[in-house]
Design a protein around this ligand. Structure first.
Ligand code: DC
Length: 225
């Protein structure tokens, strides 16, 4: 069983995907973490992020392990715990270089498919999972939310990590990421064919996951949880 969840930053994809996978007893793949890991590795090396050949070399050289934990995803890069380091605003802002470079996307798409093959049954989330990476998925979702609500969620997420940022700055960053996610020539953010659209504005994460589970049951006849 393969379930894809795509959508813009802050729509609640990561949490929803992790919880849906947990409820179904299947694995969870956070593909944003692969873009973040290569970005962090290149930043640490002091490399020019617009050099896509260099980013591809980083992907080929890096040892990345993504392990879902009850409270989130545990990320090991070259044997070091970078769970927190890949979520900083610096990495969020700079991930657009990796996301916008065709050879980098190609390499990461291959990596994501390899991880998927190893996982078997899984829920995956990102921007291009239902359109490009796993177009034959059993169920495809497209999660969205009002930009102001996405900015509020992002502020809370940052505050929980002790980072302060003002709402207007966050909103502008989110709108800029929406534009670069939707506007790039490869793997742009699109609603996949056959995807179920879910607007999470005003809904708690529990309500969202319940809705996703209901759809999975209806579409696939799956009867667990
Ligand atoms: O979902 P996220 O914020 O962790 O994603 C980090 C970056 O990677 C963001 O710039 C979008 C990009 N991304 C992508 O282009 N394709 C994916 N499948 C996942 C993430």
């Amino acid at each position: 069983m393969v379930i894809t969840i795509d959508g813009p930053a802050g729509a609640g994809k990561s949490t929803a995907a992790r919880r849906l996978a947990g409820a179904m007893g299947v694995s969870f793949l956070d593909t944003g973490a692969t873009y973040r890991a290569v970005t962090l590795r290149a930043l640490k090396a002091g490399d020019d992020l617009s050099n896509s050949d260099r980013l591809v070399e980083h992907i080929r050289a890096m040892d990345l392990k993504l392990t879902p934990q009850p409270n989130g995803l545990h990320v090991l890069l070259d044997g070091r715990d970078v769970t927190e380091d890949i979520r900083t605003e610096e990495v969020s802002q700079n991930a657009r270089f990796a996301a916008g470079a065709p050879p980098v996307r190609e390499e990461l798409v291959n990596l994501q498919r390899r991880i998927g093959t190893e996982l078997g049954d899984f829920v995956t989330e990102g921007r291009d999972q239902g359109t490009v990476v796993f177009p034959d998925a059993d169920v495809k979702f497209y999660l969205d939310a009002d930009p102001n609500e996405r900015a509020r969620r992002r502020r809370e997420e940052l505050a929980q990590r002790g980072e302060q940022a003002d709402i207007e700055t966050i909103l502008q960053a989110i709108l800029a990421r929406d534009e670069s996610d939707a506007g790039r020539s490869v793997g742009p953010l699109r609603v996949p064919d056959g995807a179920i659209r879910v607007d999470t504005t005003g809904y708690s994460i529990e309500e969202t996951v319940e809705q996703l589970l209901r759809q999975v049951r209806e579409r696939t006849g799956w009867e667990g949880a």
